[in-house]
Every structure is written in structure tokens, then in C-alpha cells.
Design a protein around this ligand. Structure first.
Ligand SMILES: *[C@@H]1O[C@H](CO)[C@@H](O)[C@H](O)[C@H]1NC(C)=O
Ligand SMILES: *[C@@H]1O[C@H](CO)[C@@H](O)[C@H](O)[C@H]1NC(C)=O
Ligand SMILES: *[C@@H]1O[C@H](CO)[C@@H](O)[C@H](O)[C@H]1NC(C)=O
Length: 272
């Protein structure tokens, strides 16, 4: 009798172990979130590959202080040459993005060309300006041939509609019908998408060295933050949130310590 009980116990324990193991196995893509046990303050411990999210000394986003930024006349006007490219609208589960099939043009920084590969939105904004968080942030992700990364951040406040978002907005409705979880991915082909509206010029921008704002939080990203916010309508902000699961509708990582990193400012005088 005692031995029978013992085997039942062993079998039960094995089942518990097998169940626990297969749960881990099925969940191979480790997800991260913006609230609760997978929230930003836990990212560093969710996966060894995410360690820099917690240990990194040059993480993004940060607060951009206009008074503390250093005007730097070595910085040149932003030079961007974007063109139309095949694209798809993607729900990554943690944000909405446009992925280009091939480069949609280049941005030149210090003589080096960075190709525009994808762009995505965060609501509300991730970078803050003088402590103020705005309603949304568009991030344009560029990569140079040598692998270095540069991301342009444009902050938005509620106001007039944004014309680039206007072009993809009706497809957000289709994405919203096909809600997906953080480990899933759904996409809609957009055909040949014009990026002309993204070339909006800016007289001033901030530049600093930071990281990806989502795991694995890779550092050494050259960030360019437009000095002047843009606007999008409340309806557009709602449209960006509609396809997202409740826990990802607010998908801004909180600002990180700047650890004394310099923030440079390029400020062109007004043309007269
Ligand atoms: C995309 O559109 C542009 C003009 O808007 C055109 O020059 C280009 O050839 C098109 N590319 C494809 C692959 O259709
Ligand atoms: C960088 O991009 C510009 C604009 O597309 C192009 O004219 C230039 O030849 C490129 N430079 C290099 C080194 O690829
Ligand atoms: C960081 O990026 C710059 C170019 O932006 C590159 O020259 C440098 O080698 C990179 N440093 C590391 C540690 O990857």
C-alpha cells in the first residue's frame, strides 16, 4: 500500500514537472509588457538577452531638457532622402509598425547613410520634453551598412490630423478586427507606400546616444528628436490603440536616467 502511494506521488510530481516544462516550452518567445510582472522595471530579468534593459547606462527614452541641452554648431541640418517603397502595416502585439520590404531611403548623419527600414508608434510619447509627456511618438528606425542604428523620434500632441498616419488609418481598422496577443503578429500589405510626408523639415533637433526602447534594449543608437512636436487627431490616437490588447494600449517605456549623457541641440536661425 505504502509503495502504491509512493508511485502515485512520483507520478503526480512528474506530471507537475512535465506540465511546467511544456508550458515554458510552448512560450518560447518571452513576452514583455508595460504593466505588472512583465512591466518595464522587470524587463532586465525576463530573459538573459534583456539584461542591458536593467544594467545599461545609456538607455532610452530620456527627458529632453531644452535648457540643459548643449547647442552644437557642428551638427548639420538633417539630410533625408526618403522615397516610396513596398510596405506592410504590422501589429507586433506591443506596438503598430510599418515595415518596408527594402530601404525606403536614407538619412545622412556625419557623412554616413542610414537606411529607413521601419517605423512604429508609441502612445503616449516615450521621450518627454522638459518633463512633459506628449500624446504619441513616431519612431523611424534606420540602419547603416556597418550595422549602426539611428532612430528619429517625432512627438505628437492632439490637434490637427497627421497626413502620413492618415494614409494608413483605414488599414488600422482591418488590423483591429484581427486583435492579436503579445506573441502574435498580424499584418496587412500596403503596396507601394509614399514616405514623402515623413520628410517634414525641422529647424531644430536634439541628438543623444541611447538604446532601443523595447527589449532587448540594445545600446549605441543615435537618437534624433525633433524639437517641435507635430499633431495628430484624437481619432488617430484611438485608431492606433484600437488593434492593441488592453495592456498594450499604453506602450511607452518610462524615461531612463541620463547618467550625464550629453544631449546636443541643432538650432538653425530662422530664414529671413
Ligand atoms: C512606387 O511609387 C513611386 C512613385 O510614387 C515610383 O517611382 C516607383 O517606381 C514605385 N515602385 C514600385 C515598386 O511600384
Ligand atoms: C547616401 O545617400 C544619398 C542620397 O540617397 C546618395 O546621394 C549618396 O550617394 C549616398 N552615399 C553613399 C556613400 O552611399
Ligand atoms: C557605436 O556606434 C558608432 C556609430 O554610430 C560606431 O562608430 C561605434 O563603433 C559603436 N560603438 C560600439 C561599442 O558598438
Amino acid at each position: 500500500m505504502a509503495s502504491f502511494r509512493f508511485s502515485v506521488l512520483v507520478i503526480t510530481i512528474s506530471l507537475v514537472i512535465v506540465t511546467a516544462y511544456s508550458t515554458l516550452d510552448a512560450d518560447e518567445t518571452i513576452e514583455f509588457g508595460y504593466v505588472g510582472p512583465k512591466g518595464p522595471d522587470k524587463w532586465g530579468s525576463l530573459d538573459p538577452k534583456f539584461a542591458v534593459c536593467a544594467d545599461g547606462k545609456a538607455q532610452s527614452p530620456i527627458d529632453i531638457s531644452r535648457t540643459k541641452a548643449t547647442p552644437n554648431n557642428q551638427l548639420r541640418a538633417l539630410s533625408r532622402d526618403y522615397y516610396s517603397a513596398g510596405a506592410k502595416l504590422v501589429n507586433n502585439g506591443f506596438n503598430i509598425a510599418v515595415h518596408f520590404d527594402s530601404s525606403a531611403g536614407t538619412m545622412n548623419i556625419d557623412g554616413k547613410n542610414y537606411s529607413l527600414l521601419q517605423l512604429h508608434w508609441h502612445t503616449p510619447s516615450e521621450h518627454t520634453m522638459d518633463g512633459k509627456q506628449l500624446d504619441a511618438e513616431l519612431q523611424l528606425v534606420h540602419k547603416a551598412d556597418d550595422g549602426s542604428m539611428s532612430i528619429t523620434g517625432i512627438l505628437y500632441q492632439v490637434g490637427n490630423g497627421d497626413s502620413f498616419l492618415g494614409r494608413v488609418q483605414k488599414h488600422l481598422k482591418e488590423l483591429a478586427k484581427d486583435k492579436c496577443g503579445p506573441n502574435e503578429h498580424s499584418e496587412i500589405p500596403l503596396g507601394n507606400l509614399s514616405t514623402r510626408q515623413l520628410k517634414r523639415s525641422t529647424r531644430n533637433y536634439f541628438r543623444y546616444t541611447g538604446s532601443f526602447t523595447t527589449p532587448p534594449c540594445t545600446e549605441n543608437v543615435t537618437w534624433i528628436i525633433f524639437g517641435k512636436p507635430s499633431s495628430m487627431s484624437q481619432q488617430q490616437i484611438d485608431a492606433l490603440k484600437a488593434p492593441m490588447e488592453e495592456a498594450y494600449k499604453m506602450n511607452a517605456r518610462p524615461v531612463q536616467p541620463d547618467n550625464g549623457r550629453p544631449v546636443n541641440l541643432h538650432d538653425e536661425p530662422k530664414k529671413v
